[in-house]
Write a new protein. Sequence first.
Length: 144
Amino acid sequence: MELTTVWFGLIAVLWIGYFILDGFDLGVGMLLPVIGKADLSRRVMINAIATVWDGNEVWLLVAGGATFAAFPLWYATMCSGMYLALFLVLVGLIIRGVAFEYRAKHPDTKWRTTFDWMAAVGSFVVSLVFAFNTLVLGFLIDRV
């Protein structure tokens, strides 16, 4: 078995791990204003993912780092070709992270509602970009 095959399998496992584990967190974030009608139910939803949501993004970082280490030309082509998509994913993850972290820090109901909507928008943007970019647009890499 070639080393490139091993690296490709490792990177595939990392991406699958990210999509499965963080997919749950993104779903909770998107459904926060829809299902969580009362503040208590929203708090329960956030507590369900509170211990793992931040750690799940490590899968994404390790997958990107492994791609850079094993396939630098592939990494360079993808990152330069999907610059806008990667930027939107980064902004969505930042918005979601800020919303989850600061929701409990301000006692006012207005701020909590604002942070809940920020979590929903951030989660929706990340999910939309991944789904649209992979399922609708795709990405063709030609060998030169």
